[in-house]
Design a protein. Structure first.
Length: 446
């Protein structure tokens, strides 16, 4: 247990069928609706996660993994949200854990204040103004060991450092920066990860069955099965911007969204681009069967306060029909939801745009459609930035019914960047941003 857990809310062990542990905690916040004119999207309720010591949470799942949680509470479960089958219940997933950046001698270093943290699948219940953590499943290797959230490969991923950016940490080929989540009919889970980027099949108890990565990645030393089944062009993913959105279509196929345009042919091209990619994966064939070009709106359309195109991201995709997707375009402060239809004519898999020697690259095209690229057509459903009561950094979207969405934000475990994130005793100076589930009603549905 964390040495800082005294006097903080505890997490209790219990038994749940098919799940190794159940974790119970409460939060308190008013679940009141936010007023809006008739005919406009409006918030109909919200609830915010209370304080659960991260050491208590982690050690209840995998004893001894966290020796010092540095006063960090459970957070980061807002990486995605997926309906769990009962009213008000959802599956969520943490990302790689508390992490930040500190500049040392002009160089930004990636910090992991709680390096023993293991990503987890978390089942929550929202009831009025209260959210409870019902169950939690640690993501583990084939032998049941924690995967951790540490960087995989030297030279490809950011070097990991201690909380104060002074001590280098070891790379871990098992490490995952988990983001999207869906649950299959057999009870197993599919997750996506930013490092590979990769698609991960996980058993009902959290063990990794297979991690699907781009061809040519060359990841070695992992304690689970790794299959190079994704297009090699994904090796050009921007650091920390691999797969973030994951949707499950009615037939069982999955759709993965690359969070940001690929750095193709270089970083500058990716930073300036408005074109990213979606991939369709057949769970029966265990292969990518289609790829689509997705075009962002200009950044100042998505977020009028932002002028940096590289801040655009796709963080969530949700199936809303056989071949229709709800796609979230966002910055950290605003988000818009678009509907697209995945048509056969829009498939670019195996085309020249998957060849990283093509010049100009797909990402470099100012007008891909004018160059013959079948860009997905989209329709705006709602501008969340204009809906009063929606928090920033929405990373998870779930469809509750025809008219209602559940949104969840990523609070980054209360972390901020810079040396001021921790006090002189190495304890977190919490940002005060909480994990919140927000319900939004759409007057015209989806």
């Amino acid at each position: 247990m964390s040495p800082y857990a005294a006097g903080r809310r505890s997490v209790h062990r219990s038994v749940a069928a098919g799940v190794p542990l159940a974790l119970v905690a409460a939060l308190t916040v008013a679940g009141t609706a936010v007023g809006a004119p008739s005919g406009e999207a409006r918030v109909t309720g919200s609830a915010t996660l209370g304080d659960i010591p991260l050491g208590t949470f982690s050690n209840a799942l995998l004893p001894g993994t966290v020796g010092n949680d540095r006063a960090v509470d459970l957070g980061g479960i807002g990486s995605d949200i997926y309906p769990a089958g009962r009213k008000g219940e959802f599956w969520t997933v943490t990302d790689r854990g508390p992490n930040g950046q500190i500049k040392v001698a002009g160089e930004k270093r990636r910090t992991f204040p709680v390096p023993g943290f293991d990503p987890a699948i978390v089942r929550i219940r929202v009831s009025g103004g209260t959210v409870k953590v019902l169950d939690a499943i640690p993501v583990t290797t084939s032998s049941g060991k924690p995967v951790t959230g540490l960087s995989n490969q030297k030279g490809r991923d950011e070097a990991p450092y201690s909380y104060d950016a002074k001590t280098p940490l070891s790379y871990n080929p098992n490490g995952l920066d988990t983001e999207g989540i869906v649950r299959a009919e057999d009870g197993s889970f599919w997750l996506v990860d930013e490092y590979g980027p990769s698609l991960i099949h996980v058993s009902t108890r959290g063990k990794i069955l297979t991690r699907y990565v781009p061809k040519g990645l060359g990841l070695t030393g992992a304690d689970y099965r790794v299959v190079e089944a994704l297009p090699a062009v994904l090796l050009h993913r921007k650091i920390n911007r691999g797969f973030e959105g994951l949707a499950q279509l009615p037939g069982g196929d999955l759709v993965m969204a690359v969070q940001s345009p690929l750095s193709l042919p270089d970083t500058d091209a990716g930073e300036a681009s408005l074109t990213t990619r979606l991939l369709r994966f057949s769970t029966k064939k265990r292969a990518v069967t289609a790829e689509y070009a997705y075009r962002f709106d200009p950044v100042d359309v998505v977020d009028p306060s932002e002028d940096d195109t590289s801040e655009l991201k796709i963080s969530s995709v949700v199936a809303v029909g056989r071949d229709r997707l709800l796609v979230e375009e966002r910055t950290d402060k605003a988000a818009r939801l678009q509907v697209v239809k995945l048509t056969r004519g829009a498939d670019i898999l195996g085309d020249k745009w998957d060849d990283d020697t093509t010049s100009p690259s797909l990402e470099q095209l100012d007008d891909p459609a004018a160059s013959g690229v079948p860009v997905l057509r989209k329709r705006l459903v709602v501008d969340l930035g204009a809906v009063k009561g929606v928090p920033g950094k929405i990373e998870g979207v779930a469809r509750v019914d025809h008219d209602t969405l559940a949104l969840i934000n990523d609070n980054d475990f209360g972390m901020t960047d810079g040396p001021e994130a921790f006090d002189a005793q190495g304890r977190l100076v919490d940002s005060g941003i909480e994990t919140t589930v927000t319900y939004v009603r759409l007057p015209r549905g989806i």
